[in-house]
Design a protein around this ligand. Sequence first.
Ligand code: GTP
Ligand code: MG
Length: 198
Amino acid sequence: LNYQTARFLTSAPTLAQCPPDAGAEVAFAGRSNAGKSSAINALTQQKALARTSKTPGRTQLINFFSLVGGESQRLVDLPGYGYAKVPEKVKLEWQRHLADYLRNRQSLRGLVLVMDVRHPLSEFDEMMLGWADEQDMAVHILLTKADKLKSGAAKSELQKVRSRLREWEDLVSVQLFSSLKREGVDAAQAKLDEWLVD
Ligand code: GTP
Ligand code: MG
């Protein structure tokens, strides 16, 4: 697929307001500030398609980007979770919307779980993996900001995460990524192709 053709489609606060549940989409989830929007920009080779470094916790919107041409294929930027300064009530509300989206969105083909390579597998990440497992939903983990570690340290983080995910081997894959250096873009695109093309 040509990810460079991605264009902003719409924003939705809840599942009910999402675009029609047809075609195929891949959603990007992860902690606030993990690098989800930057990853979408790296994958689509656009500088500012998804807004990055917004005040964390501000936006509670699900942002949809569609690929131009062919059938309806979408990339979805989910709100970040785990931002400490957000009131508990708001956090629970987001969790409800996220769970609702993951459990009920028929066109969702896979979940890209974005983690800062320096802080992988947070409690929230584990929760997402649990939800995905419930749905038999495929997950591809991007250990991003790999440029922040020396290559040996990044590889050893990758191995650690791999071994911790062994029980979910069939559904979960993982790779190193850097939006800054555009590392891992081809491998991530290949995974998206697997999910979105058929
Ligand atoms: P929320 O939308 O708030 O949940 O955050 P997000 O996950 O979309 O993170 P975003 O892409 O906005 O990136 C957060 C910060 O990390 C920004 O300052 C980015 O420039 C930085 N960042 C993202 N990816 C990378 C990367 O691969 N390398 C480095 N060095 N910095 C990155
Ligand atoms: Mg973002």
